[in-house]
Design a protein around this ligand. Structure first.
Ligand code: NAP
Length: 252
C-alpha cells in the first residue's frame, strides 16, 4: 500500500522570531507537513514566513487549546521570543489540555566575553532600579513594551530603539530610533559615539542579529545591563536550534 499523499502532520509554530521563520521555511519544503505560523500582531508590518499565517491572540488558554484541536494540529513549536513569557505559559497549559506535543525552540542566550562589563537584572523593573548607578545616557533596546518601567527616571537620557513607536508612559527625556535588526557593528559603534551613550540596556535575547551592540559596548568600555530570561514552563522540552526542532518533529 502506498503512503497517504499530502500533509499528514500539522505544525503550529508560535512565532515572532527569526527561528520561527527559519523553521517554517524548512518545513515548507517537506510535503508531509502543513505549517501554520501564529503571530501576535504586535508589529505593524511583520516579515511573513511561508505556509499559513494567522495573526492575533487566541484569546487565552482554552481558546488556544480549542484552536489546536479544531485545526487538527499534531505538533506545537513554541518559537516565540525568549521574553514572551505569557504565550509560553499558555502553550504549556494548552499542551496539558490537549495532549498535543509541545517543544520550546529558544536560541541560546548571550554570554559575556573578556572585556565585557555586564550587570544583570531579573526583570525590567530591577533594570530600572539599577540603571542610575551605571550611567546617565542609556541606550535602551528592551523593546517598545515595558518602557513604563523606566518612565520615572527623569535624570536619565534615553535612546530607545524599537521596531514600532513606543507607547506612553515613557521616560521624559528620550529620543526614539525606529529600526529593525539585523544591525552591524559599525552602525552600533557610531550610534554609541554620536549619542554619547554611557550604558546599554538589553534583554538576553541571544542570536546574531542584535549582538553587535554588545561588541560595540565592550570596545567603548560601556557597561551593559542585561535583563535575564524568564524560565521556560516546567516539563516543556527545549531546544536551541532549528535543526534540533526538525529532528524532534521527525521523532515525535
Ligand atoms: P506575551 O506577553 O508572552 O503574550 C501576551 C499575549 O499575546 C498572549 O497571551 C497571546 O494572547 C498573544 N500572543 C503572544 N505571542 C503570540 C503568538 N505568537 N501568536 C498569537 N498570539 C500571541 O507576548 P509578547 O512578549 O507581547 O510578544 C508578542 C510577540 O512578539 C510574540 O510572538 C514574540 O515572539 C514576539 N516578540 C517578543 C519580544 C519580547 O521581548 N517580548 C521580542 C521580539 C519579538 P492570547 O492570550 O489572546 O492568545
Amino acid at each position: 500500500m502506498s503512503a497517504e499523499p499530502g500533509p499528514w502532520r500539522h505544525v503550529l509554530i508560535l512565532g515572532g522570531t527569526t527561528e520561527a521563520r527559519r523553521l517554517a521555511e524548512a518545513l515548507a519544503e517537506d510535503p508531509s507537513y502543513r505549517v501554520t505560523t501564529s503571530l501576535a500582531g504586535r508589529v505593524a508590518a511583520p516579515v511573513l514566513p511561508p505556509g499559513e499565517v494567522r495573526i492575533g491572540g487566541f484569546g487565552g488558554i482554552a481558546n488556544l487549546a480549542g484552536w489546536i484541536i479544531g485545526h487538527d494540529v499534531t505538533h506545537v513549536v513554541d518559537a516565540t521570543h525568549p521574553f514572551a513569557e505569557r504565550m509560553s505559559f499558555n502553550a504549556s497549559e494548552a499542551q496539558a489540555l490537549t495532549g498535543v506535543p509541545l517543544l520550546a525552540l529558544r536560541r541560546p542566550g548571550w554570554t559575556p566575553a573578556p572585556g565585557d562589563d555586564w550587570a544583570f537584572a531579573a526583570d525590567l523593573d530591577e533594570a530600572a532600579a539599577l540603571l542610575p548607578g551605571l550611567g546617565s545616557r542609556a541606550f535602551l533596546t528592551t523593546g517598545r513594551t515595558g518602557l513604563h518601567s523606566f518612565a520615572h527616571l527623569a535624570d536619565t537620557w534615553f535612546l530607545v530603539r524599537s521596531v514600532d513607536p513606543p507607547q506612553a508612559p515613557v521616560p521624559p527625556r528620550l529620543e526614539v530610533l525606529l529600526a529593525r535588526g539585523p544591525f552591524i557593528l559599525e552602525g552600533e559603534r557610531e550610534l554609541l559615539a554620536r549619542h554619547r551613550i554611557d550604558v546599554l540596556v538589553t534583554k538576553d535575547s541571544g542570536g546574531f542579529a542584535t549582538a553587535p551592540k554588545l561588541t560595540a559596548a565592550r570596545e567603548a568600555g560601556i557597561p551593559v545591563l542585561v535583563v535575564r530570561r524568564p524560565p521556560i514552563p516546567e516539563g516543556v522540552p527545549e531546544t536551541g536550534s532549528v535543526l534540533a526542532a526538525l529532528t524532534w518533529l521527525g521523532e515525535t
